[in-house]
Design a protein around this ligand. Structure first.
Ligand SMILES: [Zn+2]
Length: 302
């Protein structure tokens, strides 16, 4: 009996739910990590992100549908440093996938391969708004650290899929060459702005500033995770006027009322940036995301 062609197609889909060449199902917590995994994984991996680039990565809804994605994951890539502590652990538990638990063979925590900034030295108390007791988790804003994470993912993929290891390494090398060329261009764009100060909202730009040579004059949040208060904003306005600060940089997923107010009172501008790959229509790849941040911030600070 001959089957109708549509049924044959359906039967073949059932037999091979993944592209024939795809060896690994990779789930990441953020779009930035997903973009890096795609760069080094190529067509041997199928990558899904649990959050969107338009979302605040600290506060993702732990929808049970996300646990279903984790159930079949061959690799979970997370940021770490407690960025996802409010939503990832329950999802991992619900997934019943033991290998992706912290420390599991199929888990890669990106923070493990980078040098961490903003590590608190005194008493840390999350209840007082210390959102990042282990240090600042927003390291993908620095392309040097982005490269380290990409190479770390490539190494992990090679461990889990030895037949593809050489391919992951060569893709990582190509990505390195491409991003290093972009970094050389960005360095030229940023050169006139060394030591210039901007206001930021949350401490998301710490690593970007460390790499770019710009400085933070202050944050809208008095402490990471604590909402802006009137006395704190009044201090920022006084400081901004005294130091001639021209830009308040804020991610487009954050409430920018305080940034708008401060910018107006200091005669500066609010620079809205995508908070991750996929954060807006311009941030289509990791390189495009960094490129857009550099472009918008330099335009405002010049
Ligand atoms: Zn944060």
């Amino acid at each position: 009996m001959r089957l109708p062609s549509s049924l044959l197609v359906f039967a073949s889909l059932l037999a091979a739910p993944w592209p024939a060449s795809a060896a690994l199902r990779v789930v990441t917590t953020t779009e930035g990590l997903a973009a890096l995994a795609r760069e080094v994984g190529g067509d041997r991996v199928v990558v899904t992100s649990l959050s969107r680039g338009t979302q605040d990565p600290h506060f993702v809804d732990a929808n049970p549908m996300l646990a279903v994605k984790l159930r079949d994951a061959d690799l979970l890539v997370d940021v770490g440093l407690e960025l996802e502590i409010g939503w990832l652990p329950p999802l991992v538990n619900q997934s019943r996938n033991a290998a992706i638990q912290p420390g599991g063979a199929h888990r890669f925590t990106a923070a493990s391969v980078i040098q961490v900034l903003d590590v608190p030295t005194g008493v840390v108390d999350r209840s007082r708004g210390d959102l990042h007791p282990g240090g600042n988790p927003h390291f993908l804003y620095d392309p040097r650290r982005g490269l380290q994470v990409a190479r770390g993912i490539a190494a992990k993929l090679g461990e889990l899929d030895p037949a593809g290891a050489a391919g992951y390494q060569s893709r990582a090398a190509a990505f390195t060459a491409q991003l290093e060329a972009a970094m050389a261009r960005w360095k030229v764009q940023l050169a006139p702005l060394q030591g210039r100060k901007i206001f930021i909202h949350h401490r998301t730009l710490t690593y970007f500033l460390d790499w770019s040579g710009l400085l933070s004059a202050g944050e809208m949040e008095p402490r990471p995770g604590t909402p802006p208060s009137s006395p704190h904003l009044a201090d920022l306005v006084a400081l901004g006027r005294k130091e001639g600060i021209k830009a308040c940089v804020v991610e487009n997923y954050l409430d920018s009322k305080s940034d708008d107010l401060v910018a107006r009172l200091i005669g500066g501008t609010v620079v809205r940036i995508p908070g991750d790959v996929g954060g807006d229509a311009t941030a289509t790849t990791y390189q495009a995301w960094i490129d857009e941040m550099v472009r918008r911030i330099t335009a405002a600070v010049k």
